[in-house]
Ligand binder design. Structure first.
Ligand SMILES: Cc1cc2nc3c(=O)[nH]c(=O)nc-3n(C[C@H](O)[C@H](O)[C@H](O)COP(=O)(O)OP(=O)(O)OC[C@H]3O[C@@H](n4cnc5c(N)ncnc54)[C@H](O)[C@@H]3O)c2cc1C
Length: 418
């Protein structure tokens, strides 16, 4: 690959991991990012590399969420009520909430999860990235018995696929994380996990990629793909410039649709907004926590980071709108009081939202795009984009280099038709 020029459109986790692996294989890589690196969903996520977990498509998911989807306080909220694209997407999502599809996802993502852990360890060790990297576990906590029964069933499913989740009772959960309150009935500890600060990881990765010769141009948006004779020749940028390339990787998250449409590809990706609110550790603020925890009932995650706890969650379908909805932000620190009783009222130190690139079947689109030689896509990683970013980068590099990667088969960008 040493003479190949590859343009990667998008400087999020997927674009940067792809660029890093491509550079490692000897490609001459240019990343074009329309804002700044991490400007999409990648910068403020929960920081949990949750290997082997299935996506959100679970049996019963839609039935459980449907009665509350117009309530701004519920975990799943549809605000773009008149957007037919959202309803079509939700219908396709519902069709993939079956046992059969759940099994397919687990069979696909379980081996990939172990690969991604190895990829993260390799990147962080090889490049010495300082991103609060923890090789450890995270804890799913349950308040009610019904949630506990489901968590136990899910742990069983993951064990069938080679993982080692450990069911714990309330006392054991509090021993692991003393900030948990008496209402916690129990939970599941997932040992095949990495925790990191995603923003520090991105900064470190960008620095490492630059050291390997990658040119990262921020503030440069890709407007069009340049294609002739069935082969991609590069891209045209919004400022009228052209960047020639032998290969182009589209990694623009939920903003990829216009580029895919240009080559006749229909990628059913919807932006799914999520929020974070951070509270500093200290009197009247967040408790000092040892373990990242997620609550089964609400889906809210609490990740301890340097001097603060990041409360993360919620899924909102509101188109590409990036407004911070105070009602949804409030839920992030209101609901955890049921299991974190010492969480105080101190004002947050940071609030953020990002758009997850959601595919209807919970699996990303990674591989050749359209029938255009040299053109690839890597989008649609949904709520598992950090988890799958490192291994996606490796698979993209293999595909662009022409060596192929059998792991890509379930992620065909053409699986919903062209
Ligand atoms: C609240 C929240 C919590 C999450 N927690 C976790 C977690 O704990 N674990 C996990 O695995 N995943 C998590 N995720 C999911 C994960 O963050 C995303 O799946 C991931 O960031 C997607 O990365 P991406 O690179 O595909 O997209 P993005 O991060 O959106 O990057 C795309 C980039 O492309 C740029 N761009 C767009 N259009 C153009 C253009 N025309 N030209 C050039 N550049 C362009 C954008 O500015 C953006 O920077 C979470 C997401 C959210 C919102």
């Amino acid at each position: 690959m040493s003479t190949s020029r590859v343009v990667v459109a998008g400087g999020g986790l997927i674009g940067l991991c792809s660029a890093w692996y491509l550079a490692r294989r000897g490609a001459d890589v240019v990343v074009l990012e329309r804002k700044e690196i991490g400007a999409g969903a990648s910068r403020g996520n929960a920081g949990i590399v949750a290997a082997g977990h299935p996506p959100l498509n679970r049996p019963g998911k839609v039935r459980q969420a449907l009665p509350h989807i117009f309530d701004a306080r519920s975990p799943l909220y549809v605000r773009a009520r008149r957007d037919m694209g959202v309803w079509r997407w939700l219908a396709a999502f519902a069709r993939h909430c079956t046992r059969r599809h759940e099994r397919h996802c687990l069979e696909t993502l379980a081996p990939l999860g172990l690969d991604t852990l190895a990829c993260f360890d390799a990147i962080v060790d090889e490049e010495g990235i300082d991103c609060d990297y923890r090789r450890g576990h995270y804890l799913e906590v349950c308040v009610g018995g019904k949630a506990m029964a489901k968590a136990r069933d899910d742990a069983g499913l993951m064990r069938e696929h080679g993982y080692h989740p450990e069911v714990v009772d309330g006392g054991q959960a509090r021993e692991l994380e003393p900030a948990l309150g008496p209402r916690v009935a129990g939970g599941v500890l997932f040992p095949e996990t990495r925790i990191l600060d995603p923003w520090l990881f991105l900064l470190g990765l960008a620095k490492a990629a630059r050291r390997r010769g990658v040119s990262i141009r921020e503030g440069v948006a890709v407007r069009r793909l340049t294609v002739s004779g069935g082969t991609v020749r590069g891209v045209e940028t919004a400022d009228g410039g052209r960047v020639a390339a032998d290969a182009v990787v589209v990694a623009t998250g939920p903003f990829s649709l216009p580029l895919a449409e240009q080559v006749g590809s229909r990628l059913p990706v919807q932006p799914g907004k999520g929020y974070h609110r951070e509270v500093a550790v200290g009197p009247g603020g967040a408790p000092s926590m040892r373990v990242a925890c997620t609550n089964r009932e609400t889906g809210i995650i609490c990740t301890p980071l340097e001097g603060r706890v990041r409360f993360v969650g919620t899924m909102e379908f509101a188109g590409y709108d990036l407004e911070l909805n105070p009602i949804r932000l409030e839920q992030l620190t209101l609901k955890p009081r049921a299991w974190l009783p010492t969480l105080g009222d101190a004002p947050p130190v940071s609030e953020w939202c990002g758009l997850r690139p959601m595919s209807p079947d919970g699996l990303p689109f990674v591989g050749p795009l359209g029938d255009v030689a040299g053109l690839s896509v890597a989008v649609g990683h949904g709520n598992l984009g950090l988890t799958l970013s490192a291994v996606t980068g490796e698979m993209v590099a293999n595909q662009v280099a022409g060596t192929g990667d059998p792991r890509l088969a379930p992620f065909s960008p053409a699986r919903f038709g062209r």
